[in-house]
Design a protein. Structure first.
Length: 280
């Protein structure tokens, strides 16, 4: 599958510009921090994937490749393909993988032709929430999965279960009011409603959909100063909408949040996720 060419759903053109531009480059530059932030979820996610020798795993929205790499390290004889829109993050993934049987390719999983029944497992760590057409995407992934194959994905639960997003967006929102995104728009809560997700997956060809709730703290850095600088860069798209005074106030608000959550283990904020599993 090394000869994949990039095919994009036209509705994803804006997402491609973002992730294959400055935003994706920022994630690539800070890949170690992003991976560390969500590290406490990794054991449960890997256990749910349960990769076996000889299995073929597709990692959707693979970013810098940590999930795919950990899967093949833990299941000798398994192989993984990671796909993402960010060329910068994919380069990090290739460098991290070295000689491991994990390949990384720029592709839009919503429309890419992977080949019928090419995979035993479709896996994703917070990567499936940003499809512009969920039904199309999950149907495409179903076609790429063998009968009896598995879907395993980590997605965020609602805002009420995710202190980190409440706090971060609250800090900015006191300067730049932000309406909540529509429930069906690409974003962190698109797959938070089990009833909606179950109907979506069943309609796309998946069965036996199960939701397991997990709650873990997210780590954002060693101290309030470092973490504030990191999050200002992460939320640059919001800071660009503010004047200089607004930027200073928003940064001060963020720093107050970080300081309130800083401790011996760094800056930790609560989060809640689903690990969703299904069968083809």
């Amino acid at each position: 599958m090394d000869d994949m060419t990039l095919e994009i759903d036209p509705h994803n053109a804006g997402i491609l510009r973002e992730w294959d531009g400055g935003h994706g480059a920022y994630w690539a530059e800070h890949s170690a921090t992003y991976n560390a932030s969500i590290a406490r979820y990794q054991p449960a996610l890997l256990a749910a994937i349960g990769a076996q020798s000889g299995e073929r795993i597709l990692d959707v929205g693979c970013g810098s490749g940590e999930l795919a790499i950990d899967v093949v390290r833990g299941a000798p004889g398994a192989t993984a393909l990671g796909v993402d829109l960010s060329a910068a993050q994919l380069e990090v993934a290739r460098n991290q993988a070295g000689e491991l049987p994990a390949t990384f390719v720029q592709a839009d999983a919503q429309v890419h032709e992977f080949g019928a029944q090419s995979f035993d497992v479709i896996a994703s760590r917070t990567g499936t929430m940003f499809f512009t057409d969920m039904a199309m995407a999950f149907a495409n992934l179903a076609r790429a999965t063998r009968p009896g194959g598995r879907l395993v994905m980590l997605v965020w639960r609602g805002i009420e279960d995710n202190e980190w997003l409440r706090e971060f967006f609250g800090a900015i929102g006191r300067v730049l009011p932000m309406p909540p995104p529509p429930a069906d728009a690409p974003g962190p809560f698109t797959l938070s409603d089990p009833d909606r997700v179950r109907d979506l997956l069943n309609g796309a060809g998946w069965a036996d959909v199960v939701f397991a709730a997990h709650d873990e703290p997210l780590w954002f850095g060693p101290d309030a100063d470092t973490t504030t600088t990191f999050m200002v860069g992460q939320m640059q798209w919001l800071f660009e909408k503010l004047d200089d005074a607004g930027k200073r106030q928003a940064e001060a608000n963020l720093h107050k949040v970080m300081a309130a959550h800083a401790g011996e283990d760094g800056v930790l904020l609560g989060s809640g996720a689903w690990i969703v599993t299904a069968r083809r």
